[in-house]
Design a protein around this ligand. Structure first.
Ligand code: NAD
Length: 251
């Protein structure tokens, strides 16, 4: 039998304690990687995941957490920049401080974590970075100006960083999930007047008729992180039930 695809590799997943990040961490581990989850709330993660407390908006804290992960895992080959927060509203709805707060997590969080991980990634022979972006980067979603602007920045950052690191043998890609059934969406539905009707409406908006699953996004991230994607860099992979690519009527 051949070795698991990611045997011998070490991965760091930010926002790895919930939703897409947790599904990714578990999948990478099941394929043989040693995995550390950096999260605001890393308690109670299942074996063999290593939980490390970190806030990606705190530069010194991120550096310490990434170095700790490298020490505990014996290096870093894969970085999944997945931590992110949402924001509703048009360009008029959020004050400057809120714009700074969401950019600080969704964009500068990736900048900080990537900078902290690069000395470790440069020592790897299979170095890969995968950023969790969103269809909001390209789709023009209503009532999501701030969130979309952060994800647009993540898409550009992914491509530019891929160009800068290609000569060093470090690949950089992103996934663009559509509406994914994670605790994040659960919290949105809980705030709706009729959560079940809201869920049905969300499902009906998807060309596939249902939300994306966290496992489906994790599978795309795991592919982009794996040596099998060795010729793919600077790419964005949609996992969105056809939302961005198809011209279909809603069901
Ligand atoms: P989630 O809320 O289930 O999980 C997010 C995780 O990130 C949590 O464990 C949280 O503690 C952690 N986190 C938040 N801020 C952090 C910080 N400052 N430092 C460290 N960790 C932090 O959300 P999810 O749906 O799994 O979303 C994960 C990523 O996927 C986000 O970047 C989000 O923008 C993106 N995304 C989600 C959807 C969706 O519909 N769920 C769609 C497109 C993109």
């Amino acid at each position: 039998m051949s070795a698991p695809e990611l045997a011998g590799l070490a991965a760091v997943v930010t926002g790895g304690a919930s939703g897409i990040g947790l599904a990714t961490a578990l999948l990478l581990a099941s394929r043989g990687a040693r995995v550390a989850c950096l999260d605001l709330a890393p308690e109670g993660l299942p074996e063999p995941l290593v939980g490390i407390r970190a806030d990606v908006s705190d530069d010194a804290g991120v550096r310490a957490a990434v170095d700790q992960a490298a020490q505990r895992l014996g290096g870093i080959d894969i970085l999944v920049n997945n931590a992110g927060i949402g924001a509703q509203g048009t360009i008029e709805d959020n004050p400057d401080d809120e714009w700074r707060r969401v950019f600080d997590v969704n964009v500068f969080g990736i900048v900080r974590t990537t900078r902290a991980a690069l000395p470790h990634l440069r020592r790897s022979h299979h170095a890969a970075i995968v950023n969790t972006c969103s269809i909001a980067a390209t789709a023009g979603l209503p009532d999501r100006a701030l969130y979309s602007a952060t994800k647009g920045a993540v898409l550009s950052l992914t491509r530019a960083t891929a160009a800068d690191l290609v000569a060093a043998g470090i690949r950089v890609n992103c996934v663009n999930p559509g509406t994914a059934d994670t605790p994040w969406i659960g919290r949105l539905l809980d705030r709706a007047a009729d959560p079940e009707a809201e869920r049905a409406a969300l499902n009906a908006r998807q060309p596939t008729g249902r939300l994306v699953t966290a496992d489906e996004v994790a599978a795309a991230i795991a592919y982009l992180a794996s040596p099998l994607a060795g010729s793919t860099t600077g790419a964005d992979l949609a996992v969105d039930g056809g939302m961005s690519g198809l011209r279909t009527r809603p069901r």
